[in-house]
Design a binder for this molecule. Sequence first.
Ligand code: KG4
Ligand code: ZN
Length: 338
Amino acid sequence: MKILAIESSCDETACAIVEDGRKVLANTVASQIDIHAKTGGVVPEVAAREHVLNIIPVLDDCLQEAGLDWDDIDAVAVTRGPGLLSSLIIGTQTANVISYVKGKPLIPVQHIVGHIYSNWLEREEEIEFPVMILTVSGGHNELVLMRGHNNFKVLGETRDDAAGEAFDKVARILGLGYPGGPAISKLALEGDATAFSLPRSYLEKGSLDFSFSGLKTACLTVVKEHAEGGISEKFKADLAASFQEAVCEVLSDKLMMAAAKYPEVKEIHLAGGVSANGRLREMIEAKAGGQIFRYPTAMKFCTDNAAMIGAAAYYLYQLEPLNYRSCSNIVPTTEFEI
Ligand code: KG4
Ligand code: ZN
């Protein structure tokens, strides 16, 4: 089954064609990073206007890349939310129109569920349930127990900033530009992770929730204290490394706590934009011992992409094909519930 998927929840206009939930036949993205770098973050109105300009060329490129035409496509999938409402509308309306005009079933996908399914992409081995998943992005941060397809139990989530958001804000404090995650992780390679002693927030005993706002404020305080003498490149690298260490330690510890709580868990997965972080992968790998640990097979499947939406849509469709018809009007939502 070939699904054409659209993702436009934030600042990437993305389209992909995925076969049977795993094989990526085409994956096209129009990135807005250069535009939003100028403002140090995403301006929703600007993002929405860019989606309008990009969506049709991205769709055309996608079909061309796969060497397919509309008759070859079995269904259309789209991110329904959460995300920026004005950005989501462009994707959902495009999908609604395609489904109506071409008579294809329409499958709405929750964005975080999409990230979870990024671990199925381009992977041949069977994934064994139950799976414990840490999804960690700019807009969300959850621990999810997945007992089967479309069977999710959210065990913990962020009470304030998501980890990716903290990366972006600390990068901004250090003048590293947008997006902050890749910039911090690159700079951290040259820094000393023990240079600054930063807080690790574990919240109440046994809590699987997250909180990164205190860490972000601590970084700001350190920068202010050192501002008078001028901030050196070494200072920036040391703070980047110390910050990254603190975030990754809490994320990996909580993931292990969650996995230990459910001994029946067969695999541990990492997903979302921050899953691109090498130090985080390294820490989880070390703490997981012999347990199966997976993260997306390519960097392009870590950050927002449409292939993950196509993967999720395939498994949703397999469970309840009659739920998804053409001409069903998908309305975008900012709801986090999965
Ligand atoms: O999943 P994603 O593309 O968008 C959301 O759904 O939010 O995640 C984007 C986030 C950004 O905050 C970005 O700074 C972070 O992922 N990110 C990273 C890395 N690459 C991207 N964070 C840490 N290390 C990285 N290498
Ligand atoms: Zn995302």
